[in-house]
Design a protein around this ligand. Sequence first.
Ligand SMILES: Nc1ncnc2c1ncn2[C@@H]1O[C@H](COP(=O)(O)OP(=O)(O)OP(=O)(O)O)[C@@H](O)[C@H]1O
Ligand SMILES: [Mg+2]
Length: 217
Amino acid sequence: MPAEDLPGAFITVEGGDGAGKTTLARSLTECLRQAGRVVQMTFEPGGTALGTRLRSLVLDPDLTMSDWDETWLFLAARASHVQEVLIPALTAGEIVLSDRYSDSTLAYQGFGRGLDLERLSSLNRAATQGLTPDLTLLLDIPAELGLARARARSSQADRIGDADLAFHGRVNAGFRMLAAEQPERVCVIDGRQDAAAVLDEALEVVNRWLDGRRARS
Ligand SMILES: Nc1ncnc2c1ncn2[C@@H]1O[C@H](COP(=O)(O)OP(=O)(O)OP(=O)(O)O)[C@@H](O)[C@H]1O
Ligand SMILES: [Mg+2]
């Protein structure tokens, strides 16, 4: 079920650790609401009670788990998020803005951990019931800068965020490859810009997409 079959608009924000996803998702939500649109902001892993519990497990630095165990936890969180939050909001015609979604699995567990991309794509399809974003905003910044920002923000240990720089470099390169494969869905925004410039660029892309859809329908 592509999101285009539902009346709402499904937008995801993706990118490596500290790229500015949460900052952008919040400001974009506020701007769209000020323009009179109904927006639900949500995030992964999380967005449901089960997802929040799974998030704390998957990020817990005191737990060790295999790369596949990690993947299953993310997929379980995604499946409940899709069923409980995304499909109902999109069915109700809302704009749904999700801070991370399926591309993060391909970038982190696929390009970062080295798990098979075809298999991950097929598991993503199963967990999401085929729900694909209408539009994805990819914040692209060098891994060093993202990690420095994330660490300046919080000193809390994080099992995935604390992985080495080479891992985060592969994740970022993976996101860029995913964007290059699907340029009609994924829009790359230079995350090195200040937050206001990132927001302006994102707003332009989102408004253009929303206007284009209105024209088509
Ligand atoms: N464009 C920007 N320029 C400079 N600093 C920024 C910018 N965007 C966000 N920040 C700051 O960088 C830090 C990380 O931003 P944010 O939490 O939005 O990133 P994130 O991509 O959501 O990170 P995570 O992957 O850890 O969830 C925050 O302290 C935030 O205030
Ligand atoms: Mg965040």
